[in-house]
Each structure stands twice: as C-alpha cells, then as structure tokens.
Design a protein around this ligand. Structure first.
Ligand code: AMP
Length: 195
C-alpha cells in the first residue's frame, strides 16, 4: 500500500511520570495509522516509543523502526514493525530516519529525544534538508526549554527566524496536520486529500 505521508517521531524511551504522556503517544500513533500514514522511529519497544508504535500498527499504519545493533536488546527492538532495520551505529540510524521521513516531530522525552530534535532542527537551519520540524509541547513539558531559547535570543546567540523554524503546538489535532501539510507543500508528493 502506498502511504500518504511519512512522519519521523522522536520520543522518550520512558513513559514519564503521568499517564497523559503515554495517552498522547498513543494518540499520535493512531493519528498516523488511521490516515494510512507511515511512522518512522527508533525501533524500540520501551517507553513512549513502544506505546506509539503499537498504536500506529493497531490502527493500520506502517511502522519503520531503525535501531543500532548495540541497542537491540537494551531498547527491546520491536520485532513486529512493518520494517525493522538493524543498522551498524547511531549515525546510520539518524541518517536513515531522516531520509525516510517527510517531516519530524518531537514528543516529550529525555536527552536522546532532545539530541535528535536539535540535530534535525540544526540540519534544517543549515539547509541540509527542508522538511518541517515540529515540537509537541503537551502539558507545558517543553515550557522551560522554550523559555531558555527565548533567553538565548535575548542574549544574542540565536535569531527569531531560527526559533520560527520549529513548529510548536500543544494539540495533536492541529500540529500534526500542519506538519504533514507543510511537508506536502514542499515535496509535492503527499496526498493531502487523505490527511
Ligand atoms: P530518551 O529521550 O533519552 O528516552 O531517548 C529516546 C531515544 O533516543 C532512544 O531510542 C535512544 O536510543 C535515542 N538516543 C539516545 N542518545 C542518542 C543520540 N546521541 N543520538 C540519537 N538518538 C539517541
């Protein structure tokens, strides 16, 4: 089946302190699956990653998991992904995730999630790709980070336009269609009627 869009999602390998985070990860997975989309993610079965991938599969989506060999056991590689790619190292994982996606989205997570978000965001500002990058600021989780980024602008280390490259939203039903639509407008290959 040809998918209508491919969304790369970065999120926690833990579920967080309250059930809202897992609920949101499941909602993101369902949103992708119900629209015949493709989820590209780190290929693990733990934390928000596993919850989201299960929800995407259960609702009919394709799931592409990409995991470095060294993390297969540590992160419980999700063997029932539509495609599971075991790659040699973290660099191969990140490159393949970026290549297979039309757009990127970060959900709540820890330092792995932060690193992935910042990398794909900095690649965007350098012009290495032109795919949209989103941040789901659910329950204000990312407020302190956003405050710090504003502080960085005030201190002269960042420009408004760099922050504006990030599409920030707190509502899945608004942010995800905006990301997919922006990706479609760029590439022209996404079927917007299916969104
Ligand atoms: P975390 O947000 O810390 O729970 O990690 C989420 C995911 O990020 C996990 O699948 C980690 O394998 C991944 N991760 C951790 N460190 C890095 C890194 N340096 N580059 C890319 N992904 C990473």
């Amino acid at each position: 089946m040809k998918t209508s869009f491919s969304l790369c999602v970065y999120c926690g390998s833990r579920t967080g302190a309250t059930a809202e985070f897992a609920n949101a990860a499941a909602a993101v997975g369902r949103w992708i699956g119900e629209r015949g989309g493709q989820l590209v993610y780190g290929g693990g079965n733990n934390g928000l990653m596993g919850v989201m991938a299960d929800a995407a599969l259960d609702s009919g989506g394709r799931v592409v998991g990409i995991i470095p060999r060294a993390l297969v056991e540590k992160e419980w590689a999700k063997l029932d992904c539509t495609e599971l790619h075991v790659v040699d190292n973290m660099h191969d994982r990140k490159r393949m995730m970026a290549e297979r996606a039309d757009a990127f989205l970060a959900l709540p997570g820890g330092i792995g999630t932060f690193e992935e978000l910042f990398e794909v965001w900095t690649w965007r500002q350098l012009g290495y790709h032109d795919k949209p990058v989103g941040l789901l600021n659910m329950d204000g989780y990312y407020e302190p980070l956003l405050a710090f980024l504003q502080s960085s602008i005030q201190h002269g280390f960042m420009s408004d336009w760099q922050l504006e490259l990030l599409r920030i939203g707190s509502d899945i039903g608004t942010l995800l269609p905006a990301l997919v639509q922006a990706a479609g407008l760029k590439s022209g290959v996404i079927n917007l009627s299916e969104i």
